[in-house]
Ligand binder design. Sequence first.
Ligand code: 5RP
Length: 156
Amino acid sequence: MSKAKEVKKLAGRAAVENHVRNNQVLGIGSGSTIVPAVQRIAERVKQENLNLVCIPTSFQARQLILQYGLILSDLDRHAEMDLAIDGADEVDADLSLIKGGGDCLTQEKIVAGYASRFIVIADFRKDSKNLGDQWHKGIPIEVIPMACVPVRRAVT
Ligand code: 5RP
């Protein structure tokens, strides 16, 4: 296993150990780091007979939830979550984040916004003093089509 995969796995599993409890509604983030977290959630559901409901933040997250046999729901049925768990592209000393490098920013923000707690899984490679130290691809912005012009103006 590559170093990157190994640290993602350790971080993802630790987040699940420390924060997931029985009878929770969980928001499930997107990206590669969330994969070992979902794997660990599925293991714990089997081992501990946990009752968990999962709300995806993307098509990928939806597929993961289904692939691992977890209970899939949505914001219509569960408009509030106990916890949203997601990855990040970079985290600074104040815990500000760059997110959305995997193109799921809008859905991730919506889901996180309805969760009581937001748990970010980020391994040491994403730990920066200042945002932009490690992540050089720019700040992701996801814009719905009708807001394109005003958002472009605001950003400019
Ligand atoms: C997707 C995201 C991801 O959480 C972020 O890009 C981190 O991805 P990875 O876990 O693959 O490093 O914000 O929009």
